[in-house]
Ligand binder design. Structure first.
Ligand SMILES: [Zn+2]
Length: 144
């Protein structure tokens, strides 16, 4: 009988399907987000009480901090995955190539799949934020 031989083949096939599912699952971990940038100016932060040099997490502002909706806890690490060359060069020129950020802040208008990257003055502040504009990008969440 070829029974065992067939069984082994079926097992291999199942293992292959599980592998495919695992790869597919990896892709579902990447979400498309609308990525914007902000600074500490009056236009970006309209309330004086929030222009205190601190993020909503109570950390002092720093390059590497970003704002997200309430559902994403402070300290969550994210990675930008710029796929098209224009986004890649924007990351290189405006963020000095930085793709790793930590969620430290909240914002009135930051709901849903939105990430707002903090840009300090030494990195260009408001002008740099405007230059960045709105970019749709894949974001990898480090859920460890
Ligand atoms: Zn600004």
């Amino acid at each position: 009988m070829n029974y065992f031989k067939n069984l082994r083949f079926d097992q291999l096939r199942i293992a292959f399907y599980i592998l495919l599912l695992a790869i597919f699952y990896q892709f579902t971990q990447f979400d498309i987000y609308e990525v914007t940038a902000y600074c500490s100016c009056k236009i970006c932060i309209n309330k004086l009480e929030f222009r205190d040099g601190k993020f909503a997490s109570n950390e002092n502002v720093y390059f590497g901090g970003a704002a997200a909706r309430r559902g994403i806890p402070f300290g969550t690490r994210i990675k930008l995955l710029p796929l098209n060359p224009r986004d890649q060069s924007a990351v290189k020129n405006i963020f000095q190539g930085r793709t790793d950020f930590v969620i430290e802040d909240r914002g009135f208008l930051i709901r849903g799949n939105k990430i707002d990257i903090y840009i300090p003055k030494w990195l260009g502040g408001h002008k740099a934020a405007q230059k960045w504009g709105i970019r749709r990008m894949r974001i990898l969440f480090n859920r460890s």
